[in-house]
Design a protein around this ligand. Sequence first.
Ligand SMILES: O=C(O)CCC(=O)C(=O)O
Ligand SMILES: [Fe+2]
Length: 258
Amino acid sequence: MTSLEAFRIAGLPPDFFYIPNFVSVEEEASILGKIPAQRWTHLTHRRLQAHPSTLTKNNVLLAAPLPGYLTNPVIERFKDLGIFDETPHRQPNHVLINEYRPGEGIMPHEDGGAYAPVVATVSLGGALCLHISPKPDESDDDRNRKSEAAKLESGQINQDESSRAEYEIPCRIYQEPRSLFITTGDAYRQLLHGIASIEVDDNLNAQTVANWSLLAEPRVIEEAGGRNIRSTRISLTYRDVLKVSSAANKVFGGLQKR
Ligand SMILES: O=C(O)CCC(=O)C(=O)O
Ligand SMILES: [Fe+2]
């Protein structure tokens, strides 16, 4: 088994990992070519598709295999790293595919209780920054969340902003194409993540990007003057849904009710 330890992001809670070049250029092209064009759900600021399907309103997954192009080679590599060893099904059973064009993003949020607290995200296509921010204090929950969201939407959050506690949060994680980003444990439960709806990520350097020392190609950013002009990014978010219902279960459950 390969150790994840070398890929831990320093200066953050100990539950974030970044692995550059997790898939090859050829694998990236192959996966991108297999994402079914007819399966997209269109939202205002991005489009997405869920595999094998969206969860029921009670957060239940109807058991079905993941398509091969999402399984192979990615899940074998997860096993080698032991990423899902502690989750109930010991491997992901659900993948969300999100597409962000330049200027598109996702509001700060947490992924919640439907899943085991392990998320593994493969980035394909373009690069961008994920913002990690604290959960607002419970007392002024809504107000904080809204202002955090407003700042993120307008691209105002940056590293000069006051950081909380011992860790440098809020912070930015730069996700290069073909990388894997892992969030587990307390980081999953206690922090928010989001993507600013901007066309350029700027002021990128060793001080403002938490995973700078783990990047495959920091030179590319340096040569661009610390700017990343966004192009379309597709992310594959792998998770283990806690509640799974097999078709057999469903029939049995239905009979029992009578
Ligand atoms: O695209 C990403 O990296 C984040 C997606 C995300 O946060 C989600 O689907 O819950
Ligand atoms: Fe999320």
